[in-house]
Structures are given as C-alpha cells and as structure tokens.
Write a protein that binds this ligand. Structure first.
Ligand code: IPD
Ligand code: CA
Ligand code: CA
Length: 265
C-alpha cells in the first residue's frame, strides 16, 4: 500500500468536499439537533459526508469508513484492514454561524487506531494540512514543525468542550481555569481538527480536550506527531487514542500540561 498515493487521493477528495461545503457557507441553514440541543448538523455536513463516502467507496472498496453523520460504511468492519475516520465539517457551530474557523478532516488508520494518513482542510482559508506516518507533514505543500516554546508562561494553549455541558459535571472548565493564570492565553477556536493542525504548525503550543471522537482527532494526531510534537491520553499513553482524552503539544510542554490537566479533572 502506497501511503503517499493514498494521501494524494484523499487530498483530491477533501478539496472537492471543501468546494461542496462552501456552496452552503454564508447561506440560510437547515439545522437539526443530535446528541443534545447544542449538537447540530446542517445540510452542509450531510452533503460533504455524502461526497467523501462515495469517493472513498470507489477508491478503496475494501476499506471501512466511519463518518460522523452516517456511522459505518464501505466494507464491513469485521473484514476490513483499514479504516477511514471522516468529519465532514468539524466546527459545525462555527459553520452555521458563518464564523470562518471550521474544517474537514479525513484520516486513514489501521485496526489498532494507528493513524497512517491524515488530511485537514479549512475551505475558507484554503489551508490544507496533510501527513503520512513516518514521512512528514505539510501545510499547503510546505513542511511544518511544532513550536519550540519551553515554558507554560510563554505558551498559547487551546481547548474545547463537549456537547453534554448541560448534563455532565466534568466539562473541562477546571483545567481551562487552571491554565489561564499560567499561560499567555487559552483559546477555544471550535474545531478540534483545526486546533490540532495549529499545534502542528506552531501557531498553538498545546491542545487538550476530552470526549472527542476518532473522526475529530485521528488526522490531527498524525499531523502533530509528524511535526515533531507529542500526543497522549491524560495518563501519557500514546497507543490507540480515540479522543476520549487527548493532550497534544510541542513535546516540550507535554508533562507540564499533563500535570495541570490531571490535577484539575
Ligand atoms: C466539535 C468540535 C469542537 C469540539 C467538540 C467537537 P463538530 O466537532 O471539534 O471544537 O470542542 O467536542 O464535537 O461537532 O463541530 O464536528
Ligand atoms: Ca467534530
Ligand atoms: Ca462534525
């Protein structure tokens, strides 16, 4: 399997999906709610996923596809060696409010959740981040690297919150508050895939979030690792990450971030 060729195919598909999504951007939306009243899906999400899934089924008929809006598609999961994790719009709330920070995320992983190819596109800014395991990462074709920030006091971190804020106690506010007085700033951009891309290119020094799903983070995990950064769960484990707990950093800040996050569950 030639992963560079697969990256090329995924890049072509994500660009088409980006053009499709932009047809719906800055237009009146039809929204429906999903897991909670804050968790919405628009016609843009559905159109993007339809396009991506159709293209992946044609290009890789023996791969299984996990799409946020459609569940499992493509080859049956029990028979497949390779899995695609697709977020047709990551940052739907931004998209629906015409805030130009959202992305499309596609990742190929093996059965053990090791990401092999990752591509993230912001169709508004035309920035595309892509990586192949062991073969580097680029933004719009040029190599990128994580930041070299060594202390929290010089760092800009980023995080996000799950949709069950109305019903769950552990919603990440304590860690957010704990980082505020220790850092240059803490951001919430609203698209985990984009936030991980920003860690990969050094705009952000670190990112953490809990209760993400593989489609939110699988591509971004690979981008950060290939850019020289580190991605673990809250215990420091690097294998089989699902997004249930995620810390992504430039590596230098990783343990300092982990200490604050675990002390503020
Ligand atoms: C969401 C975004 C957001 C994060 C949420 C995700 P969606 O994905 O990535 O930044 O905080 O946890 O669910 O719903 O816009 O695809
Ligand atoms: Ca998402
Ligand atoms: Ca989504």
């Amino acid at each position: 399997m030639n992963l560079q060729v697969i990256r090329g195919t995924a890049t072509g598909i994500i660009q088409q999906a980006g053009a499709e999504v932009m047809l719906y951007y800055d237009q009146p939306h039809t929204e429906t709610t999903k897991s909670s009243m804050f968790d919405i899906v628009t016609e843009g999400d559905k159109a993007s996923e339809r396009l991506i899934v159709a293209a992946l089924c044609e290009a890789f008929p023996d791969h299984h596809i996990v799409g946020e809006e459609g569940g499992g598609m493509g080859a049956p999961a029990e028979e497949a060696e390779y899995f695609w994790y697709i977020d047709p719009i990551d940052g739907t709330s931004n998209f629906a409010n015409n805030i130009p920070f959202f992305s499309i995320s596609m990742a190929l992983a093996d059965k053990n959740l090791n990401p092999l190819v990752g591509v993230v596109l912001n169709p508004v800014s035309h920035e595309i981040f892509s990586a192949v395991a062991g073969q580097g990462v680029t933004r719009n074709g040029l190599p990128i690297r994580v930041s070299d920030t060594e202390s929290l006091s010089q760092a800009i971190l980023c995080s996000g919150f799950p949709y069950d804020t109305a019903t769950q106690k552990r919603i990440n506010v304590d860690a957010f508050m704990a980082f505020l007085p220790q850092t240059r700033g803490v951001r919430r951009i609203g698209s985990a895939a984009l936030e991980l891309s920003y860690v990969a290119c050094g705009r952000l020094d670190g990112f953490w979030e809990c209760r993400l799903n593989p489609w939110d983070c699988m591509a971004g995990i690979l981008l950060v690792r290939e850019a020289g950064g580190k991605v673990t769960d809250y215990q420091g484990g690097e294998a089989g990450l699902t997004g249930a707990e995620l810390i992504a950093s430039n590596g230098l800040l990783h343990e300092a971030m982990r200490t604050v996050i675990t002390a503020n569950p």
